[in-house]
Design a protein around this ligand. Structure first.
Ligand SMILES: [Ca+2]
Length: 284
């Protein structure tokens, strides 16, 4: 053993306790490492306009369904609520049966990250990352796509691959559009004019991004999925107060969410190597 080898061994022995400590930290709960409190599974309440506590939905059992939609990133109900519309980063727009059978409808080259349906017309609106734009696919044949508007802030601030991820039809011909960056949420008219802009980070420190959005007209709620925080969030769509959060640690990359009041489910899509839809039973 020469002097250089002895020197290397001595340095290694001195650093060994530090290396062991770093290894122990890496094995801890990843949510805890990001400063995120473990979510409460118990039922939470919100105050109704009368001031009385009101129950929020309770998450139940989950069924996992494999779907062949490459880089599945957006989900919404079809107009008749008999299936799901889905989009993926590779530009596919598909119909998906509740058992996971995929019917391709339109192939585009867009980085499609979110999809929603206008209940009055049946038209689909797609949130496109990279280009930071909202496109429309016209009903009833869904064979043409055109650009409706761009979110200028996401372009000018160079959100790039951290940009538009969520979209949901709201009401009065308004759209919610959300970005990963700063969990920004815009309320837009269909001509692209922005009515409101806020960051959901101002509402809760638990949120890290918007990966998917779904407006729930029954209760005037906004559901949000966050693939970084591994959570679903429920906000009031009026005040944007956080009403509840739900832990989804087993879902690898939860980029889409769709509330299905007809059947009592919340569908969550995961953009992973083998894309999956998670069907959660909910007591609304
Ligand atoms: Ca994606």
């Amino acid at each position: 053993m020469n002097s250089i080898t002895r020197f290397v061994i001595r340095i290694f022995l001195r650093l060994l306790p530090l290396l062991l400590l770093a290894g122990a930290c890496a094995c801890e709960d990843p949510l805890a490492n990001r400063g995120i409190a473990k979510p409460e599974q118990k039922e939470k309440t919100e105050k109704s306009t009368s001031g009385k506590p009101r129950k929020v939905p309770e998450m139940g059992a989950c069924q996992v369904i494999n779907v062949r939609v490459e880089e599945l990133s957006g989900l919404c109900m079809t107009k008749d609520s008999t299936a799901l519309w889905a989009v993926g980063d590779e530009g596919a727009i598909c119909k998906v049966s509740f058992s996971g059978v995929v019917t391709p409808v339109l192939k585009t080259r867009l980085d499609a990250e979110g999809i929603t349906l206008n209940p009055a017309t049946g038209d689909l609106y797609i949130a496109v990352e990279g280009d930071q734009m909202v496109c429309r696919v016209k009903a009833p044949d869904y064979q043409t796509i055109d650009t409706l508007f761009f979110i200028k802030e996401a372009i000018e601030e160079d959100f790039d691959n951290n940009g538009l991820e969520g979209i949901s039809f709201y009401k009065d011909s308004l759209l919610f559009v959300g970005s990963q960056e700063d969990a920004l949420l815009w309320t837009c008219k269909l001509d692209g004019s922005i009515v409101t802009r806020r960051s959901l980070m101002d509402e809760t420190s638990l949120i890290e991004e918007i990966a998917g959005l779904c407006y729930d007209p029954v209760k005037n709620w906004l559901w949000v999925t966050d693939s970084d925080a591994c959570k679903l969030f429920l906000f009031s769509a009026e005040t944007f107060d956080l009403l509840a959060s739900y832990d989804i640690p087993s879902i690898e990359n939860a980029e889409s969410i769709c509330v299905d009041r007809t059947h009592g489910y919340v569908w969550v899509g995961s953009d992973e190597d083998s894309p999956k839809i998670y069907r959660f039973s909910f007591k609304f």
